[in-house]
Design a protein around this ligand. Structure first.
Ligand code: CDP
Ligand code: MG
Length: 894
């Protein structure tokens, strides 16, 4: 292998490849990653001058290989016995005609990018090409990463079926489960799983090929994997054990990979798969977007089903709960057993729609009387899309209110549709949900043909946007929104918010309608709103805190995180914030004091990981919570800490009861329930020491009580707990227990649903553990002598925020107003409220959170708050402290 001499042109000085490194050091300490590989090897067909970045040699790999060495014939050819039907189906896929081009490019280049629209066959076919060409001979594995668990499972099953191979050979591995065996040759996994494997075996020696699928999604782990693999490919080449890297994307937007010289000094070849997409007519909503997009989806599906010819419907919603709610409504409206009269319940459920409908019908009648028959088109404008589709559309719009009405209000029959008798209005609808956490066997149902004489309707979250292709979809209903994690840089609070998708995502969604024949996409928002969407979603890594990632990278001994070849790097502030937090948590070694002042930034961004950090990195939770777990191996606290961490990780254990009520009746019910939940919270929080643990004691009590009651949906319902959240907590508790046992077998933990409540001492230890984990979320009550004005009454001050924050009224500490608290998160509604609050004793602060303190004389020994040998906190003597820039009383600690 020739020595690659190109250095990354514009990188930091430290990045300059220090060659002559021994391979051993390259392997054992990845602190200095090797230089970027050249995607196109020495004899690249692309002239590369660093000043003018060349365009990737799109779709010319065949020509490229002609220039280079003669095409490498695969040494082995592994025959596959596919069924004739399967083979026929495969041959229809556009990627099949590119097999040779792809395989030659792979033979020639260490890194290849494949772009092709969703459904062109990338995920299912490329692993098969590689298998047949012998890339899994010698017991090695073809690895494929997916950003979503759903896709990893579904794709492994599909490929196994296509190849007529057992799941023992074509397998999957996801966070909670897998079916990988010794015989596994093609392995689908989530990207997180591969990252963990890199921590165990940096060179990934058991793989000959790694495919990073869905790279256009730019999930954080995908980005990190591409960065890491760019280096692993080099190391493997040096060892004469080449590893092939394939990056697959559903869009052509790959310049972050091809034009990034830090990543690949020469752009890897890009192979484009021509799509076989049928035209999709896009219909925009005319009205201003509705808040109630679920209801709007329901109405739209009703209209389509009533009025339009056969063809599957795919609905995009934002979350699991919405998906289920809509499925329920649709099943009631169109039961699978024909002509079932609607139940009382259904009518009640649709009272709102009926009212709305009646109004709009009146409107429509009026319009009809005064204008041409073209009425009630207030919902959709038809974009010119050719094919004479407009006609049919106009017809549909004409009838759409009626279509809806006949569904909800049975006496409207004569008013109803007369749409040419083509669609059968009583045709049952085969409604299926699809979202990430759905059980795999249920997910698989969407790929089955619907029962004879029914129409398929899949209600999905954006998993159906690119990862999965559902056969037979002709109509797409797009609410235009997706649940996105929102991160506030100031408060450090991250939360899920429903927000508009990007134009690229909306187009992806629309494209799902044109897989098998021309289709239609109904967008429940106006074209003006669409115009305001961002063009592409920004890569996830730029939108969220990165402390968890940085910890994982440090666990891989990548110390100078700032030099890491990210496809798109996170901001320096985000990196610094992450390292600061990890240093404060004790996961990274703080730089020496002198350096600290001088070159804060640079040295801060290259802190090595500590023993504690390594322990923390093994837990699949955020670093703050991982710290709590790492501290909990004392005084029998582990089971409690695991439960608290699981409950904090799963969002919103308690039902939302502050919602506006639709009727007086409901208001009374809600009030009753609020009182009951408040009472239960007080009971779970207990008194005295226990109450000081505050809302986290409530979580512990609620989970404990619920498990004791057999975790029944009834118990949850009666006490305002979300059953789903409770199930997720149970699963996470199991997983965390396994993680603890793996790391520390002598702990011999098992999940005991009926755990006894912690004793008084344990509660105090738990409070200390929580304080140590949430140290950067410390807040102090504003003292009466400091009261500037009334807006600070009962307020708390945090180091980062200038504004007052308050304990949330739902907290059991709302009336207690302790002087020092730590909080789980701050939510902003009318005020800034702290949620998940727990009391801190002032004396603990210098002991447990020394890095947030300033001492008037140096501490005796560097104070790890955690002593791994003794497995407990060390109390050390400190003296007076102040938090920098944050007025606090002096505390004397002995
Ligand atoms: O990865 P890409 O989006 O390019 O396509 P794919 O997932 O490999 O899907 C190729 C074809 O296989 C699609 O047309 C799907 O309809 C079909 N497929 C299927 O019928 N059943 C599955 N479980 C997966 C894919
Ligand atoms: Mg795919």
């Amino acid at each position: 292998a020739e020595e690659e001499s190109e250095s990354s042109v514009d990188s930091e000085p430290e990045e300059a490849p220090t060659d002559n490194r021994s391979e051993a050091s390259a392997e054992s300490a990845q602190a200095h990653l090797p230089p970027a590989p050249s995607g196109a090897r020495g004899q690249s067909p692309v002239p590369s001058s660093p000043a003018e970045t060349p365009a990737p040699p799109a779709a010319t790999p065949a020509a490229a290989s002609a220039l280079a060495r003669p095409p490498l014939k695969p040494a082995v050819f592994i025959p596959v016995s596919r069924s004739p039907e399967m083979q026929e189906e495969r041959l229809k896929l556009p990627i099949l005609s590119e097999e040779q081009v792809i395989m030659e490019a792979v033979a020639e280049h260490p890194i290849v990018i494949i772009c092709g629209e969703t459904g062109s066959g990338k995920t299912t076919q490329v692993p098969q090409f590689l298998y047949e060409a012998g890339y899994s001979s010698d017991n090695s594995i073809i690895g494929v990463t997916e950003p979503r668990r759903v896709a990893a499972v579904a794709m492994s099953q599909r490929v196994a079926k296509e190849m007529n191979l057992s799941p023992r050979v074509v397998s999957y591995q996801i966070r909670y489960e897998g079916n990988v065996t010794e015989e596994t040759r093609i392995k689908f996994m989530t990207d997180g799983v591969l990252l963990k494997e890199i921590q165990k075996d940096f060179l990934l020696l058991k793989y000959k090929v790694v495919i990073i699928d869905e790279a256009h999604e730019r999930s954080v782990y995908t980005d990190i994997l591409i960065g890491l693999l760019s280096r692993i490919v080099c190391l493997r080449e040096k060892r004469h054990l080449p590893l092939k890297l394939l990056i697959m994307s559903a869009t052509l937007r790959v310049e972050d990979f091809t034009q990034n010289q830090r990543l690949f000094t020469q752009p890897p070849p890009v192979i484009k798969i021509e799509s076989r997409q049928f035209p999709v007519t896009v219909h925009f909503n005319k009205r201003t977007p509705l808040e109630d997009y679920s209801g709007e989806c329901f109405r739209k599906v009703c209209k389509i089903h009533r009025m339009l010819p056969a063809g599957g419907i795919l609905v995009f919603l934002t979350g699991q709960a919405e998906v289920h709610a809509l499925c329920r409504r649709l099943r009631r409206a169109f039961p699978l057993t024909r002509h079932r009269p609607p139940e009382k319940d259904d009518q009640k459920d649709s009272v709102e729609e009926t009212k709305r409908f009646k109004k709009s019908r009146a409107r429509a009648r009026k319009a009809r009387a005064t204008t041409l028959p073209q009425i009630s088109l207030d919902n959709y404008s038809v974009l010119p899309a050719g094919e004479g589709d407009e006609d049919r559309e106009a017809e549909m719009d004409d009838e759409e209110e009626e279509a809806l009405g006949s569904d909800l209000d049975l006496d409207l029959g004569d008013d109803g549709a007369d749409g040419g008798g083509q669609p059968d209005a009583s045709l049952p609808l085969h409604v299926l949900p699809l979202y990430s956490l759905l059980a795999p066997e249920k997910q698989a149902q969407v790929f089955q043909p619907p029962p004879e004489g029914t129409r398929l309707c899949v209600v999905a979250t954006n998993v159906a946007e690119t990862s999965l292709t559902i056969p037979g979809i002709k109509y797409v209903v797009d609410c235009g929104k997706a649940k996105k994690r929102h991160y506030d840089r100031v408060t450090g609070v991250s939360s899920f918010r429903v927000a508009w998708v990007s134009q690229a995502s909306a187009d992806q969604r629309a494209g799902r309608a044109g897989r098998t024949e021309p289709g239609h996409c109904y967008r429940l928002y106006s074209s003006a709103v669409f115009g305001d969407f961002e063009k592409y979603p920004p890569p996830e890594i730029t939108r969220r805190p990165v402390e968890d990632l940085i910890l994982q990278m440090k666990a891989l001994n990548i110390e100078k995180v700032i030099n890491f070849p990210f496809p798109t790097p996170p901001s320096v502030e985000a990196l610094i914030a992450a390292e600061e937090l990890l240093i404060a948590l004790g996961a990274l070694q703080a730089p020496p004091k002198t350096e600290r002042v001088k070159q804060l930034q640079r040295s801060r961004l290259s802190c090595p990981i500590t023993e504690l950090g390594r322990t923390m990195a093994t837990f699949p939770v955020a670093p703050r919570y991982a710290k709590m777990l790492a501290l909990s191996r004392q005084h029998g606290c582990l089971p409690y800490a695991i439960t608290i961490v699981a409950a904090m990780t799963v969002r919103e254990l308690f039902e939302e009861l502050d919602r506006p009520a639709a009727s007086d009746e409901e208001l009374t019910r809600l009030k009753g329930k609020r009182a009951r939940v408040a009472q239960m919270k007080r009971i779970w929080a207990g008194q005295g020491a226990s109450l000081k643990l505050g809302d986290l004691m409530v979580l512990l009590g609620a989970v404990g009580a619920c498990e004791y009651a057999g975790c029944s949906p009834q118990f949850c319902e009666a006490n305002g707990l979300r059953y789903k959240a409770m199930m997720e907590i149970r699963r996470l508790r199991g997983q965390l227990t396994t993680a603890v046992n793996t790391m520390c077998p002598e702990a011999g933990l098992f999940v005991d649903p009926k755990m006894q409540p912690p004793n008084e001492n344990q509660v105090t230890y738990l409070r200390q553990i929580v304080t140590a984990g949430l140290g950067d979320h410390l807040a102090r009550k504003v003292q009466s002598e400091d009261l500037v004005d009334d807006k600070w009454k009962n307020a708390y001050k945090t180091p980062l925020l200038d504004d007052p924050v308050f304990i949330h009224p739902s907290s059991v500490l709302f009336k207690e107003l302790p002087e020092f608290v730590v909080y789980q998160e701050i939510v902003e509604t009318t005020k800034m409220y702290m949620k998940g609050v727990s009391t801190v004793d002032m004396q603990w602060i210098p002991v447990l959170l020394p890095s947030y303190c300033q001492f008037d004389k140096p501490l005796e020994e560097p104070p790890p708050a955690y002593c791994p040998e003794k497995g407990r906190m060390l109390c050390h003597r400190a003296s007076v402290f102040y938090r920098v820039g944050w007025p606090l009383p002096a505390v004397q600690v002995d």
